[in-house]
Write a protein that binds this ligand. Structure first.
Ligand code: AMP
Length: 213
């Protein structure tokens, strides 16, 4: 099963992909996480993308495709995967189609998480990420600066600053939103309301995929 999770930044793609990954036993492939790992490990690619990501802009298509293609070809992805954050524009969607055609695979569904702009700004400006384990939390639910899972330090991602959030939302409107039509035309699109608790949203996603637990 190959599923794409799409939606504006802050719509909960990563949170939902994590939960679904455990429920369905499929790997969660987040291009954002892959790129952040490159930055953390100070690789040449990491240096190349750090500034672009900090500003909230998109990394060049060929750079993202290169790291993703390697992952898709790995044995861990042979039974399918959940894509989070890719594709981000129509050119990337076409690249993905071409890549899948080579392996005779196809996308089974595209879950589009729908959320208001005000809610996105509220979620992202209060989002805190653990530097040690990557757990994501919100300032309204955490009294301390320490991760509730591992005790690591919670930080605000550079691209969760208000300036970067505005840029990321603009990038989403101009470049990513056209994918809604792209996948609707291919009869793959499943719109899901992404307001409410993560648990409520998971149930809606599973039902949109024709699954229940
Ligand atoms: P995310 O964690 O999905 O919110 O992604 C964080 C940042 O990583 C984005 O704002 C982009 O700078 C970069 N990024 C992630 N995925 C892609 C992609 N498919 N294409 C280009 N840039 C990406």
């Amino acid at each position: 099963m190959q599923v794409i999770l799409m939606g504006p930044p802050g719509s909960g793609k990563g949170t939902q992909a994590d939960v679904l990954s455990k429920k369905l036993g499929l790997p969660h492939l987040s291009t954002g996480n892959m790129l952040r790992r490159e930055i953390a490990e100070k690789t040449p690619l990491g240096f190349k993308v750090e500034e672009i990501m900090g500003k909230g802009l998109l990394v060049p298509d060929d750079v993202v495709l290169e790291i993703l293609a390697k992952k898709l070809a790995s044995p861990e992805c042979s039974q399918g995967y959940l894509l989070d954050g890719f594709p981000r524009n129509v050119a990337q969607a076409e690249m993905l189609d071409a890549l899948l055609a080579k392996t005779r695979k196809k996308i089974d569904a595209v879950v589009n998480l729908e959320v208001t702009r005000d809610e996105v700004v509220r979620r992202l400006s209060g989002r805190r990420t653990c530097m040690a384990c990557g757990t994501v939390t919100h300032v309204s639910t955490t009294a301390s600066n320490a991760c509730f899972k591992c005790g690591g330090q919670l930080i605000q991602r550079q691209d969760d600053s208000i300036e970067s959030v505005t840029t990321r939302l603009d990038v989403y409107e101009k470049q990513t939103k056209p994918l809604i039509q792209y996948y609707a035309q291919r009869k793959l699109l499943k719109n899901v309301t992404a307001m409410g608790t993560p648990q409520e949203i998971t149930l809606r996603v599973l039902s949109a995929l024709g699954l229940s637990f």
